[in-house]
Design a protein around this ligand. Structure first.
Ligand code: SER
Length: 629
């Protein structure tokens, strides 16, 4: 404990607090350090709460974190950003809590796993976020960020240490001078506001979904302060982690489809994300997130067990155990697929680094307990599942240890002639070595491993099971064009029936027709209830029973839009479009859509409509499969 606090006191803080002088040489000084660390620094619990309170006072509803594994989105393994669980609402579905939301979202990102151990990277983090769903926009968002960061009632940060980036503009969206002007108005000098390209100042997740330009806040963590910086100097300071990004305000007003920006959303939204770990780092004036109170007890515990002083390994153990605790708390267990494999990799890598530190076997069990202690008041589920979490970690360590010795032997044997991707795959599949471990061992010996070949082997292995699954589900290829046309018309009836039952936020995201069935993807945030599915079926069958005419007209695009016919928002249509409507007149038609056809002439040709499946495709997008019998 003593050593720890004395080592952590940096010159930067010693200048701000001369009595501490950066070292605790005697007992009174040691107590002063402890007092300083505990009471003068705002603790992470208070930072979290302050953020929520600040925005609650400004009309935001506080919502709890969604679980780490997305509930309705099989396309991603984890929530990797605060916005992910809120995607449907950013796309226009009304949120039950209103238009202003504030939350602390648990996130897991493992892309930067190799960077863990430096000052700012971790695989689990909490994202503090305030959200405007078609309500306030740039002015309030920026004003509030600045106020919370710098005011005495807020976090009391020094405005002179803040640097701001804004979007420089491209063919999709203009230069964001609006945000820059607001920053100037609140007091940031022009020469600390930098314009940057889409790579750093445009936010989106994946190929589809809401997106927009952002403005990012950086904080200077150097001892004497960097002062004014040119844009090049600022970029360099960022690279060297002398300035740390602490908050990002995204102005979500565009939509991306298949990787392309297709136009504006109906709403202008705000999505902000402030990583709690980094914010705590700058508020508590440490140099690294591992020095903040979020990690101190854990590192302290590791110190009790470790006989070696490798800083990076300590940080890796602390980080990976923390992430594992949260994953198991959210019902993930170690396995060789999906989320379970990520958890396995983290735990096994933690075991390797614990060994490196000379920690005795089964220490991770105790490290996990310290993590739970730290977080249990904020996340009570960790306390409830404490035994399961600790046991799963211990079980996985034991399992890995069973093959660890043999694996290392095998590694030594093959590494004398370099490690091919195939070798790495055998180490993975037979000895349970996650790829990172093989890579790390290889790095120590100065030999390289073929990433690409490993990936190919891994894929081959996955494909074997996938081919089986595909065979099972592949439909026959019989059928006629006539059936396809019937399904096409049924899709229009379904689209409108969904809007009638679920609301006008429903809109088409995709459609696929085979002679056996229709498949329809649409925006909706929740699983449909049995009752809702039944209602939709009833409406479609009622329209089929009414033997409605299916009509087509060609109209000027503007006129067609005025009829209220459904079409893809943002899609580029020609000046003249065809509209299919089902019913006698276009004004009173049950369904009308921009569409190239073909369709049946009368709904009586369709047969009986039945939903065979309703499931999630991605966050906020549902899929229906249905048949005509
Ligand atoms: N989506 C943005 C981010 O994760 C802001 O919340 O940085």
């Amino acid at each position: 404990m003593w050593n720890y606090y004395s080592r952590r006191a940096s010159k930067w803080e010693s200048e701000l607090l001369p009595p501490l002088a950066g070292h605790c040489q005697n007992v009174p000084e040691f107590f002063l350090c402890c007092f300083y660390a505990t009471f003068i620094h705002m603790q992470s619990e208070e930072i979290r709460q302050k953020f929520l309170d600040f925005f609650e006072k400004r009309g935001h509803a506080v919502i709890p974190s969604a679980p780490l594994v997305p509930e309705n989105d099989p396309s991603v393994l984890f929530n990797t950003a605060g916005m992910q669980p809120l995607v449907p609402y950013l796309l226009g579905v009304p949120h039950p809590k209103g238009k202003r939301i504030v939350d602390v979202q648990k996130c897991v990102r493992t892309q930067d796993i190799d960077e863990v151990g430096d000052a700012t990277h971790d695989t689990f983090f909490e994202m503090l976020g305030n959200w405007s769903l078609g309500d306030y926009f740039k002015e309030d968002a920026i004003k509030w960020s600045f106020e919370l960061l710098t005011s005495k009632e807020g976090f009391g940060l020094d405005p002179k240490r803040l640097y701001i980036t804004c979007f420089e503009g491209d063919s999709n969206a203009p230069k964001d001078t609006v945000s820059a002007d607001i920053w100037e108005k609140v007091g940031i000098p022009k020469n600390r506001i930098y314009f940057m390209g889409a790579k750093s100042n445009w936010w989106s997740v994946g190929e589809n979904g809401p997106c927009g330009s952002d403005t990012e806040m950086f904080y200077d963590t150097t001892e004497i302060g960097l002062g004014d910086l040119s844009i090049e100097e600022f970029k360099q300071a960022d690279k060297e982690q002398k300035v740390v990004e602490i908050w990002n305000n995204v102005f979500m007003e565009y939509e991306k489809k298949d990787g392309k920006i297709i136009g504006k959303l109906n709403n202008q939204n705000v999505d902000t994300g402030a990583g709690l770990e980094r914010l705590t780092l700058v508020i508590q004036k440490w140099k690294s997130i591992f020095d903040t109170d979020l990690f101190t007890d854990t590192i302290e515990k590791i110190n009790e067990f470790a006989t070696d002083d490798n800083e990076r390994s300590k940080r890796i153990v602390a980080d990976h155990v923390r992430t594992s605790v949260f994953l198991i708390g959210d019902n993930v267990t170690p396995s060789n697929t999906d989320q379970g494999y990520v958890l396995r990799r983290l735990l096994r890598r933690a075991v390797m680094h614990a060994d490196k530190l000379g920690m005795k076997p089964s220490s991770l069990f105790w490290i996990a307990e310290t993590v739970i202690e730290k977080y249990k008041n904020v996340y009570p589920v960790l306390e409830q599942k404490k035994e399961t979490i600790k046991t799963e970690i211990e079980k996985e360590e034991q399992k890995f240890r069973k093959t660890l010795k043999d694996g290392i032997k095998q590694f030594e044997k093959i590494s004398s002639h370099g490690i091919s991707g195939k070798d790495a795959f055998i180490l993975f599949s037979t000895y349970g070595f996650p790829f990172e471990i093989t890579k790390e061992l290889a790095l120590e010996k100065n030999i390289s491993v073929d990433d690409k070949e490993f990936d190919e082997e891994f894929k081959k292995h996955q494909d074997l099971s996938r081919v089986g699954a595909e065979k099972k589900f592949k439909g026959g290829l019989g059928g006629t064009d006539e059936k396809t046309i019937q399904y096409h018309t049924a899709t229009h009836l379904l689209h409108q029936a969904l809007r009638t039952v679920l609301g006008s936020h429903v809109s088409q995201k995709g459609s696929n027709i085979t002679p056996e069935r229709l498949r329809f993807d649409f925006i909706h945030s929740q699983k449909m209830t049995d009752e809702e599915k039944k209602k939709v079926e009833e409406i479609v069958n009622e329209k089929i029973g009414q033997a409605l005419h299916v009509n087509v007209v060609t109209l000027k695009k503007e006129e067609a839009e005025k009829t209220g016919a459904l079409h893809f928002f943002g899609e580029k249509y020609p000046d003249e479009v065809t509209v299919y409507y089902i019913g006698d007149t276009i004004d009173q038609a049950f369904s009308k859509e921009f569409c190239g056809g073909p369709h049946v002439k009368n709904t009586s040709e369709l047969g009986h409509f039945k939903i065979s499946k309703e499931e999630a495709v991605s966050q906020g997008v549902r899929r229906i499969k249905a048949t005509l019998e």
